[in-house]
Design a protein around this ligand. Structure first.
Ligand code: CTP
Ligand code: CA
Length: 225
C-alpha cells in the first residue's frame, strides 16, 4: 500500500462518533455551552470512513464541513445527543464519545427572553444533571462485543483521574488529555494517553488530531469481535 493509504480494516463495520459541545438553552437567545470545536470528533469520523467504516457522526454545534461519505446527525442539547447516540448505537460495532456533553442544564427554559428588572439583582440560576450518555451505553450495551470509547480532559494527576473515570464510566477505552496551553480546545493538534479497561496504556505523542484518531481506531479494531 502507498504511504498514507490505510487497509480498509473497518469495512463492513458501523461506527458512531459524537463531536462538538452541547448547548443548554436558558431562553430563546441564551445557552450554557463549552469551547469544544468538534475537530477531534471530525478527525475520528474522517479516518474511520477512510478505513472503510459506515460512519454516523452526531454533531453538536460544530461549524465544520460535513466529512465526505459520513452520515451527519446534527443535535443541540445533551438530551438530544443522548437520543441520537442511542438510536445510532443500536446496530453499531463501536461508539466513540468525543463530544463535550454539558454535565448540567438549566432546570427551566424561559419561553420568552429573560429581562432585567430595574434595581433588582438577577434570580440565581438553577441547574439539573444531564444524562451520562457514555455511562449509560457502557452499562447497557446495544450489542455484545460493541467497543465503547470515551474522552476526558484532566488536570493534576491526569493518569490517576483517567483510570478512575474509565472505571466509573465502564467503557473499554478512555482517551485522556492533559488540559494546558497549546492543547485541546480549537487546536489542530493533540497529545494523549489511551487507557484500556484491560490495563493497557498507549501514549500518543503531540501531533495532528488525525494521528490520535488513527491510534484510537487501531485500538478499537483490536477489540472488535
Ligand atoms: N459524557 C457523556 N455524558 C455526559 C458527560 C460526559 O457521555 N453527561 C462523556 C463525554 O463525551 C466523554 C466522557 O463522558 O467521552 C468523559 O467526560 P467528562 O466530562 O470528562 O466526564 P464526567 O463524568 O462528566 O466528569 P467531570 O466531572 O470530570 O466532568
Ligand atoms: Ca463533564
Amino acid at each position: 500500500l502507498a504511504r498514507g493509504v490505510r487497509e480498509p480494516d473497518l469495512a463492513g463495520r458501523h461506527v458512531v462518533v459524537s463531536a462538538g459541545g452541547t448547548r443548554e438553552p436558558l431562553d430563546p437567545v441564551r445557552f450554557l455551552g463549552n469551547r469544544s470545536s468538534g475537530k477531534q470528533g471530525y478527525a475520528l469520523a474522517r479516518t474511520a470512513a477512510a478505513r472503510g467504516a459506515r460512519v454516523t457522526l452526531v454533531a453538536a454545534n460544530t461549524h465544520l464541513p460535513d466529512p465526505a461519505g459520513v452520515d451527519v446527525v446534527p443535535v443541540g442539547t445533551a438530551v438530544q445527543m443522548r437520543e441520537a447516540v442511542l438510536k445510532a448505537a443500536a446496530d453499531a460495532d463501536a461508539v466513540v464519545m468525543a463530544a463535550a456533553v454539558a454535565d448540567f442544564r438549566p432546570s427551566e427554559y424561559a419561553a420568552g427572553k429573560i429581562k432585567k428588572k430595574d434595581g433588582q439583582e438577577p434570580e440565581p440560576l438553577v441547574l439539573v444533571r444531564n444524562p451520562d450518555i457514555l455511562a449509560e451505553i457502557s452499562a447497557d450495551r446495544a450489542r455484545a462485543g460493541q467497543v465503547i470509547v470515551g474522552f476526558a480532559a484532566e488536570t493534576d494527576d491526569v493518569l490517576a483521574n483517567g483510570r478512575a473515570k474509565l472505571a466509573r464510566k465502564g467503557c473499554d477505552l478512555l482517551v485522556v488529555n492533559e488540559v494546558g496551553e497549546r492543547k485541546t480546545f480549537g487546536s489542530e493538534e493533540n497529545e494523549a494517553v489511551v487507557l484500556g479497561a484491560d490495563g493497557s496504556e498507549t501514549p500518543v505523542p503531540y501531533g495532528p488530531k488525525e494521528a490520535l484518531a488513527e491510534t484510537v481506531w487501531d485500538l478499537v479494531a483490536e477489540r472488535m469481535s
